[in-house]
Design a protein around this ligand. Structure first.
Ligand code: NAD
Ligand code: TYD
Length: 353
């Protein structure tokens, strides 16, 4: 029988990729997609499924308890998959308050509503599960050696990662206190289609295409562990299906790269495509991010061993697919970089380039 998925934040980068993957892989799935449509949410990402009767889009806030109660009453979801969040570290440094509201209070509100709908005395209705989409950033920063495992203590540094860690602890508390069936996934940096160009990879692609300066924070030797977004979405589906309630699963593909490597890889592919004016001369080392985490690196052994998940898209193919996607979706890019983006860019980079 088909299951009903309440996906929150399903108009954002990873959420929209997840909704598209889910509906294409599971013909009998029904998706209730709840998204506030902040600057980061975009219904254009969902154009392929907006007319699909299996997809119901609701514009609204995960902090709105009355709305959530109504959704549970009308649709009785089997799964809640919480992608909704403020997700950008730099914005969290300039204004942490909205991160606390959405990421912490919003998660609390979703948990409360799920509990009210799913708990029956001391037990829980069969087949229900809450999945919190979290991040490796809750673990803090690594030195040159070692990886984050699910046992690594939480040690977040930015307001963003602190708000995500707080949310994770609330989710854990609902499992430990009430026995609520939950999973937490902690994935490394994602890249791919529909990512808002405030994040490194789409920002660099967009600046290259406009021959704008390429801002690299500090020495550019910080390391991120990149995963193609579809691999993340497949992992979430596996955890929903077979993840042991109460367990955390790290998701990552052992693909660590320095930021400067990423920037140069994008320049090099664009030059191969004939963008002759794009060159390393556009790179500008700018002031470092405050509290900048030096290195992230995921140990994905548990999800591989227990659920059989493996990444499918290697970085070399993934980055080319991503660049090609942005180039052939220039109307999408032009639209999202109008309006709020311009004022954000001015504030963050002082109108450089
Ligand atoms: P995103 O910023 O692209 O999308 C977030 C979505 O949430 C947007 O559509 C936005 O409109 C919606 N939203 C924001 N506040 C809301 C609210 N109060 N109520 C309802 N909807 C709201 O983010 P993303 O990169 O797609 O990340 C999705 C999730 O995955 C986040 O929870 C993030 O912490 C996590 N994550 C992201 C990455 C990454 O590399 N991007 C890696 C690991 C985990
Ligand atoms: P980002 O895409 O914001 O993801 P996160 O901070 O969640 O890892 O940044 C990825 C890395 O790129 C991070 O080390 C910060 C760096 N960075 C730059 O050097 N310049 C930029 O303009 C941006 C947005 C990020």
């Amino acid at each position: 029988m088909g299951r009903t998925y309440l996906v929150t934040g399903g108009a954002g980068f990873i959420g929209s990729n997840f909704v598209l993957t889910l509906l294409s892989q599971r013909p009998d799935a029904k998706v209730i997609n709840l998204d506030k449509l902040t600057y980061a949410g975009n219904l254009r990402n969902l154009e392929r499924v907006m007319e699909d009767p299996r997809h119901v889009f609701i514009k609204g806030d995960i902090c709105d308890r009355e709305l959530l109660d109504g959704i549970f009453r009308d649709h009785d979801p089997d799964f809640v998959v919480n992608f909704a969040a403020e997700s950008h570290v730099d914005r969290s440094i300039s204004d942490p308050s909205v991160f606390v509201r959405t990421n912490v209070l919003g998660t609390g509100c979703l948990l409360d509503t799920s509990k009210a709908a799913w708990q029956q005395g001391d037990s829980w209705r069969e087949g229900k599960k809450y999945l919190q989409v979290s991040t490796d950033e809750v673990y803090g920063s690594l030195g040159a050696e070692g990886f984050f495992t699910e046992e690594t203590p939480l040690d977040p540094h930015s307001p963003y990662s602190a708000s995500k860690a707080a949310a994770d602890l609330l989710v854990k508390a609902y499992h430990d206190t009430y026995g609520m069936p939950v999973n937490i996934t902690r994935c490394s940096n994602n890249y791919g289609p529909y990512q808002f160009p405030e994040k490194l990879i789409p920002l660099i692609i967009n600046n290259c295409r406009n021959l704008r300066e390429l801002p690299v924070y500090g020495d550019g030797m910080q390391i991120r562990d990149w995963l193609y977004v579809e691999d993340h979405c497949r992992a979430i589906l596996m955890v929903l299906d077979r993840g042991v309630p109460g367990q955390v699963y790290n998701i990552g593909g052992h693909n660590e790269r320095t930021n400067i490597f990423i920037v140069k890889a994008i320049i090099s592919h664009l030059r191969e495509l004939g963008f002759e004016e794009v060159s390393e001369g556009l790179i500008r080392h700018v002031a470092d991010r405050k509290g900048h985490d030096r290195r992230y690196g995921i140990d994905p052994a548990k999800i591989g061993r227990e659920l059989g998940w493996q990444p499918e898209t290697m970085f070399e193919q993934g980055i080319i697919k991503t660049i090609d996607w942005y180039l052939s979706n220039d109307a999408w890019l032009d639209e999202v970089v109008s309006g709020d983006y311009q004022s954000y860019y001015q504030r963050q980079y002082g109108g450089r380039g």
